[in-house]
Design a protein around this ligand. Structure first.
Ligand code: KIV
Ligand code: ZN
Length: 513
């Protein structure tokens, strides 16, 4: 059985998805979960692109113990130096340096000819090797590069010392056979190709990213790059969960293994979806809500007789636990704590105190609290720090012929005072947000608002996610409640808390390097 390395770029290419903006703390949270998932390499960001990215890459590099951490870098010395500064504390640091090689990129973007590209590849890989133990070189838009020239580029990078060669289909243009052919040709024509690991990196513009990645594996790629839930530029990247489940479910066919702990897939997907605000479509393979749901009578009948009639993998394999244990208002602190541990969310005593109080509040309104509700409660608090403001109470009045009005009480936890305000709005949610704005005095723009039902039923928990923008800073906030207006107020206040924390952190972080 051969091995395939999984290179996760959720925090770099994935974060390039329009509208996604993760804080450094949220990126660390995702990186820690990716390590738990068992990916081999995490591309933590593009250190030279901004002080925030540098800071996130460094925090992740300093934190992870078993996973290689890498930064993207253009083919310029300054980028590579910044990458090294951010990554030098990593246990397994890696440089990912790239330059575009296709005719259109050479002519219009870089204004460089083939010889200039070859010379630059040689220089940057040699320089990268002076800094890093492992250098990965990518030929951007390799998919549309003349194959003879691509062979020369790859040969140059190998001679200069590259350890991994990545062949991106940057614009998601190729079909599986065409993409696989590139790998075959490289192996036939580049002399020392067997000294390096060949990597595939596919975009999903024509919906073929996963198929192309698997074709590359069949043709000799030993590293697959992708993102959780397939998020990324435009239509996104190859979805890691789909690639690894295809390799596992069809192991007899591919004869390849990964180090992925499949039971962590569902949780990783949920976390990424929550923190990025990118909802997973219901019918998405592996992690969509319907991925293991059987609706038609014929299918249900088959499933009851033998699950394999309609299921090629079980939900348990990817960490979707069907045995939904239910807690209620009489459940004790111990049962609550134990259930969180079983679900993979161990908490400190201090955290349990806060969460248990929230659980009791909910249990008063919702008869049965199942695993999904519990996870929503825990994840409401992901990426937490100082909670400056806390919702105490609120009241909203509205009707078909009245102007919606909200009045809200918020505790200022810094000086332990109660603040009170009221405002009108275009609708109830707008009135709530205007009241909070007036009370707290932050000038913010609401750039996204999503409501999602955590479970089914009339008393289902509603989860609201908001995105706020203030100058260059974008933050998300989350709130859960059986009442969507309360969930909205919670989400908005959560986002304001995150904004204040971000502003505090920006004052204290030393970006000089
Ligand atoms: O799609 C792409 O070409 C990339 C490179 C920078 C590797 O993301
Ligand atoms: Zn890409």
């Amino acid at each position: 059985m051969g091995k395939v390395q999984i290179f996760d770029t959720t925090l770099r290419d994935g974060e390039q998805s329009p509208g996604v903006n993760l804080s450094p703390e949220e990126k660390v949270e995702i990186a820690v979960q990716l390590e738990r998932l068992g990916v081999n390499i995490i591309e933590a960001g593009f250190a030279a692109s901004s002080p925030g990215d540098f800071h996130s890459v460094k925090m992740i590099a300093d934190r992870l113990k078993d996973t290689s951490v890498c930064s993207l870098s253009r083919s310029v010395k300054r980028d590579m130096d910044q990458a090294w500064e951010a990554l030098k504390g990593a246990v397994f640091p890696r440089l990912h340096v790239f330059i575009a090689t296709s005719p259109i990129h050479r002519e219009y973007k870089l204004r460089m000819d083939q010889d200039q590209i070859l010379e630059r590849v040689d220089q940057v890989v040699r320089y990268g090797k002076k800094l890093f133990p492992v250098v990965q070189f990518s030929a951007e838009d390799a998919g549309r590069t003349e194959i003879e020239f691509l062979c020369r580029v790859v040969d140059k990078a190998i001679r200069a010392g590259a350890d991994v060669i990545n062949i991106p289909d940057t614009v998601g243009y190729l079909t599986p056979i065409e993409y696989a052919n590139i790998f075959t040709q490289l192996q036939q024509n580049v002399p020392d190709i067997d000294k390096v690991i060949l990597s595939c990196h596919c975009h999903d513009d024509l919906g073929m990213a996963v198929a192309n990645s698997l074709a590359a594996v069949q043709a000799g790629a030993r590293q697959v790059e992708g993102t959780i839930n397939g998020i990324g530029e435009r239509a996104g990247n190859a979805a890691i969960e789909e690639v690894v489940m295809a390799l596992k479910t069809r192991e007899a066919f591919f004869k390849k293994q990964t180090t992925i702990k499949h039971q962590e897939i569902a949780r990783t997907s949920r976390l990424v979806s929550k923190l990025t605000g990118m909802t997973v479509q219901r019918n998405k393979a592996i992690v969509g809500d319907n991925a293991f749901a059987h609706e038609s009578g014929i299918h249900q009948d088959g499933m009851l007789k033998n699950k394999e009639t309609y299921e090629i993998m079980t939900p348990e394999t990817v960490g979707i636990d069907e045995s939904r244990l239910v807690l209620g208002k009489h459940s004790g602190r111990h049962a609550f704590k134990k259930r969180l541990e079983i679900l993979g969310y161990p908490q400190s005593e201090e955290q349990i105190n806060v969460l248990f109080a929230r659980f009791k509040e909910l249990a008063d309104r919702k008869k049965e609290i199942n695993d999904e509700d519990l996870i929503a409660l825990v994840e409401e608090r992901v990426g937490e720090g100082t909670e400056y403001y806390k919702l105490e109470s609120f009241q909203v009045s509205y009707g078909s012929h009245t102007v919606p009005t909200a009045s809200i009480q918020v505790r200022n936890q810094v000086d332990n005072t109660i603040m009170e305000e009221a405002a009108c709005g275009n609708g109830s949610v707008d009135a709530i947000f205007k009241t909070v704005d007036r009370m707290i005095g932050e000038k913010v723009e609401l750039t996204d608002f999503k409501i999602h039902s955590v479970t089914q039923g009339k008393d289902a928990l509603g989860e609201v996610s908001v995105q706020l923008q203030q100058d260059e800073i974008t933050v998300r906030g989350r709130g859960v409640s059986t009442d969507i207006l309360e969930a909205s107020a919670r989400a908005y206040i959560d986002a304001i808390n995150r904004l204040k924390r971000r502003k505090e952190a920006m004052k204290t972080v030393d970006y000089s390097r």
